[in-house]
Design a protein around this ligand. Structure first.
Ligand SMILES: O=C(O)CCC(=O)C(=O)O
Length: 281
C-alpha cells in the first residue's frame, strides 16, 4: 500500500484498487461463483436451517459447507456465506499476496479472515445504507502510533464491470470519522445525501473500513451484480458472517487440510491460539 493509497484511505475510509485480480483469476472466480449460485438456488423453498442473530433465514449446505439466504428474483439478493468451504477455486483469495499487502498495512494485530460472502444482486435490488459514525466497537477506525489501525475491514472483488446504474457499491466518504450517526431517515442509498456510487471494472477491488457508511445503489440494469466480499480483523475477532455471528469461524476440516500453513493462519482465531499455548505455529 503506497503513501497515496494510505492517505486516501485515511481521508475517505475506502480506496478503489484497479486490477487487483488478474484476468485469469477473474475468469476462474467468476465460474466458481456461477456454479455456486446454481447450487445455492437449488435449496430455495426449503425451510430455513438457521435464523441469524439479525433475524435472516439461512439454508445450510452441510455437503458444501455454506450458508445461503435469498432467491433469484427481481429486487432480491442471494448471499452465500463461508464460500471457502464450497470450492477450492476460491483458495486463491486466502493469503492472496496483493490483497495481504493492503490488509497488513491497515490491520495492525495479526489479521484473520472473519467474514466471507458471495453477493449476487439481481436486477432491482439495492443494499440499504449502514454503518458510519460511532458504530459497534468491532468496526473501529483508528490512527495510532502504528499508523492506520483498523478492526473490521473488507475487500470487495469485482468479476465483471459495474458501471453507473448497475448496482454500484456506494459510500458516504469520510463518515468513518464522523462523531454522529446518520440523521437521515430510512436506509435508501439512492436518496441519501452524500452517498456516491463507485463504478469499477472487472478485476478491480474496493477496500473499506466497516466504520464507513456504505451500501449498494439500486441495480437498474438487466445485469445481475456478482461480487466476492472478504472481511478481515484482528485474530481474536470471531466470525462476522451473519449466519455464524460471533461463533468460531466455520471452516470444515477438509478445507483446512487443503490449505498451506500461511493460509491456515488466516483462519486461526484465538481458540486455536490458546490450544497452542499462545504459539501461532
Ligand atoms: O455491495 C453491496 O451491495 C453492499 C456490500 C456491503 O454492505 C458490505 O460488503 O459490507
Amino acid at each position: 500500500m503506497n503513501d497515496i493509497e494510505k492517505y486516501e484511505f485515511d481521508r475517505l475510509g475506502y480506496i478503489i484498487i484497479p486490477e487487483l485480480l488478474t484476468r485469469a483469476e477473474v475468469k476462474r472466480l467468476s465460474a466458481g461463483i456461477d456454479a455456486l449460485e446454481e447450487d445455492a438456488l437449488a435449496g430455495v423453498g426449503r425451510p430455513p436451517d438457521k435464523i441469524s442473530a439479525y433475524g435472516l433465514p439461512y439454508r445450510h449446505s452441510a455437503e458444501r459447507g455454506y450458508y445461503a439466504s435469498g432467491a433469484r428474483e427481481e429486487g432480491n439478493t442471494l448471499i452465500i456465506e463461508d464460500f471457502f468451504n464450497a470450492d477450492s477455486v476460491f483458495d486463491m483469495l486466502v493469503n492472496h499476496a496483493p490483497t495481504m499487502a493492503y490488509i497488513n498495512a491497515i490491520v495492525q494485530e495479526r489479521p484473520t479472515i472473519n467474514n466471507c460472502e458471495i453477493r449476487i444482486r439481481y436486477p432491482g435490488n439495492q443494499t440499504g445504507s449502514h454503518m458510519g459514525g460511532p458504530v459497534s466497537w468491532k468496526h473501529r477506525y483508528d490512527y495510532t502510533s502504528r499508523g492506520i489501525d483498523c478492526l473490521m475491514v473488507r475487500m470487495v472483488y469485482f468479476v465483471h464491470d459495474v458501471g453507473p446504474g448497475q448496482g454500484e457499491f456506494c459510500v458516504v466518504p469520510a463518515t468513518h470519522k464522523s462523531n454522529m450517526a446518520s440523521p437521515y431517515e430510512g436506509r435508501n442509498p439512492d436518496t441519501e445525501p452524500g452517498m456516491i456510487g463507485l463504478p469499477v471494472k472487472a478485476g478491480d477491488a474496493i477496500l473499506f473500513t466497516e466504520n464507513l457508511r456504505h451500501g449498494g445503489l439500486t441495480n437498474r440494469s438487466n445485469q445481475t451484480r456478482k461480487t466476492l466480499h472478504v472481511g478481515y480483523g484482528p485474530f481474536w475477532m470471531k466470525s462476522q458472517n451473519h449466519s455464524t455471528m460471533d461463533e468460531e469461524p466455520y471452516i470444515l476440516p477438509r478445507t483446512f487440510d487443503r490449505l498451506n500453513e500461511a493460509q491456515r493462519m488466516l483462519f486461526r482465531a484465538h481458540k486455536t491460539l490458546l490450544e497452542n499455548d499462545g504459539n501461532y505455529a
